[in-house]
Write a protein that binds this ligand. Structure first.
Ligand code: KG4
Ligand code: ZN
Length: 354
């Protein structure tokens, strides 16, 4: 059995072919980053038009790369939300057409659940077997949350925390933009941070004394932007001293983001410890920000100290991709959760588990 996955929720058009055991046969991504870069962020109208142009040939290429035709596909999984409504509609309409025209099941997948399951996908061969219960930390451009998941039970994704304001990737992007780094800023900040001294700058640390489980990144963002302005930091400066300062700034900022993530993870862990029953044995790290090397290291050592197996999403599956959508779709298919192709709707807001 083979699944076709389609993802068009934001600025990446992606199509994948997945085997029943989670082997990724193809996972193609047409990134629109260059088209949106002049605007410093994603322009919804451009995103929809790009998806419309790139999706049909990408379906063809993904099938070719997997060495199969549409006749060999048993089900189609598509992101139905959350995301940009016009962008989502392109993928959903294509999947509806394939499902209806071929009389194969349509699986409507929540984008966040795609990220959640992505941590168990492998670059080659079958996916790592999913435990009956696990935690997942999703940090992306639009979301930052920790989930408690029981994959074999319908709708059993418990959101343990969320962000009160900005998402982790969003602050990376905004702070990076302020010091003149191109969109998306996360990878650029990581690159500059490699040569920087993380102890040089101190930033605002939100609610260090409160016991809230939620993330909050907006105070850190404002304090970073204020500091960058005061110091006159510019990543592309001619002045080598100012360039070096930008490196120290990025390293310090990245470390503060990681500190907060670990801090909230610890609080969530304590909260889970106060509940009855055994603790989860595995935790996945996923989403665009999960590609960050510093964060990966911190999460791994935190997990090791807790005796928790950490599943770091492979970097190729961190940012938006259709393989993760097909894999989350596979879990729904196993639970018999099939959508009616005439009724499935795209939804810009959609909490995980819905
Ligand atoms: O998951 P994703 O592709 O899109 C959403 O669903 O939001 O995440 C994109 C986000 C962007 O904010 C980008 O700057 C961030 O992930 N990102 C990173 C890194 N690579 C991507 N942030 C920090 N370090 C990275 N290496
Ligand atoms: Zn995403």
């Amino acid at each position: 059995m083979k699944l076709l996955g389609i993802e068009t929720s934001c600025d990446e058009t992606s199509v994948a072919v997945l085997e029943e055991d989670g082997t990724v046969r193809s996972n193609l991504i047409a990134s629109q980053i260059e088209r949106h870069r002049p605007f410093g962020g994603v322009v919804p109208e451009i995103a929809s038009r790009e998806h419309l142009e790139h999706l049909p040939p990408l379906v063809q290429k993904a099938l070719e790369e997997a060495g199969i035709s549409l006749d060999d596909i048993s089900a189609v999984a598509v992101t139905c939300g959350p995301g940009l409504i016009g962008a989502l509609l392109v993928g959903v309409a294509a999947a509806q057409g394939i499902s209806y025209g071929r009389s194969i099941p349509l699986i409507a997948v929540n984008h966040l659940e795609g990220h959640i399951f992505s941590s168990w996908l492998q670059p080659e061969g079958p996916a790592t077997p999913l435990p009956s219960r696990f935690l997942s930390l999703v940090v992306s451009g639009g979301h930052s949350s920790i989930y408690d998941v029981r994959p074999s039970e319908a709708r059993d994704v418990r959101m343990l925390n969320k962000t009160k304001d900005d998402a982790a990737g969003e602050v990376f992007d905004k702070v990076a933009k302020f010091i003149g780094l191109p969109y998306p800023g996360g990878p650029q900040v990581e690159k500059l941070a490699r040569e920087g001294d993380a102890s040089r700058y101190q930033f605002f640390r939100p609610q260090a004394r409160s016991d809230s489980l939620d993330f909050s990144f907006s105070g850190l963002k404002s304090s970073a932007i204020r500091l960058a302005r005061e110091e006159g930091l510019a990543a592309e400066s001619e002045d080598s001293g100012r360039r070096a300062s930008a490196g120290d700034f990025c390293a310090s900022f990245q470390q503060t983001v990681c500190d907060q993530i670990i801090d909230r993870l610890e609080r969530v862990w304590q909260m889970l410890g106060s509940e009855e029953g055994p603790m989860p044995a595995e935790m996945g790290l996923a989403g665009g920000v999960a590609a960050n090397g510093a964060l990966r290291q911190r999460i791994e050592s935190w997990g090791a100290a807790k005796g928790l197996t950490i599943r770091l999403a492979q970097r190729r599956f961190c940012t938006d991709n259709a393989a993760m959508i097909a894999f989350a779709g596979l879990q729904k298919l196993r639970r018999g959760e099939i959508a009616d192709p005439r009724r499935v709707a795209a939804r810009s807001r959609l909490p995980a588990g819905m």
